[in-house]
Design a protein around this ligand. Structure first.
Ligand code: 6IA
Length: 136
């Protein structure tokens, strides 16, 4: 099982430690192709020394290879939105988010029947969500 995990990079790195923990949980279900998303050393400017064309080509290749795509969409990110739009065409796609006061999820995700959308607050919630998602 190849898993593409998407999370904000230039959209903001507030949740990078959470992404790391999510990737740890996801690793129980398969190979996470995008471990750098949870790398604490990757700042909002991205991965050191890699140019945008290299990153785009590499990530699109991984996205094609992936069996499932899981996106953490609490922090709005153009890149994550783009990846979800590509993935939903032909892959099982799960978007996870934490609802926050005065922050509303994009209707392009919230109103999208092509993806599975699950709200969560704790990692225990996520464990259950992933269990369901991977056993369906
Ligand atoms: O728009 P964002 O940067 O927030 O998009 C984040 C999403 O796009 C993630 O799910 C990644 O898979 C992908 N992505 C975007 N930028 C990068 C990146 N470095 N490194 C790895 N994945 C990325 C950015 C640029 C760097 C050369 C300074």
């Amino acid at each position: 099982m190849k898993i593409y995990f998407a999370g904000s990079i230039r959209g903001g790195r507030d949740d990078k430690e959470l992404y790391f923990k999510i990737i740890e949980i996801l690793s129980k279900y398969g190979e996470v192709l995008t471990e750098h998303v949870g790398d604490k050393n990757v700042s909002h400017v991205g991965e050191d020394g890699l140019n945008d064309k290299y990153i785009y080509d590499r990530d699109m290749k991984w996205l094609e290879q992936a069996d499932v795509v899981i996106a953490e969409v609490t922090t709005p990110s153009l890149g994550v939105g783009y990846e979800v739009a590509k993935a939903e065409k032909d892959k099982k796609t799960l978007c996870i988010y934490r609802s926050k006061k005065n922050k509303h999820l994009s209707a392009m995700i919230g109103g999208n029947d092509s993806i599975v959308l699950r709200e969560y607050q704790t990692l225990e919630d996520l464990e259950k969500t992933f269990n369901e998602f991977f056993t369906q």
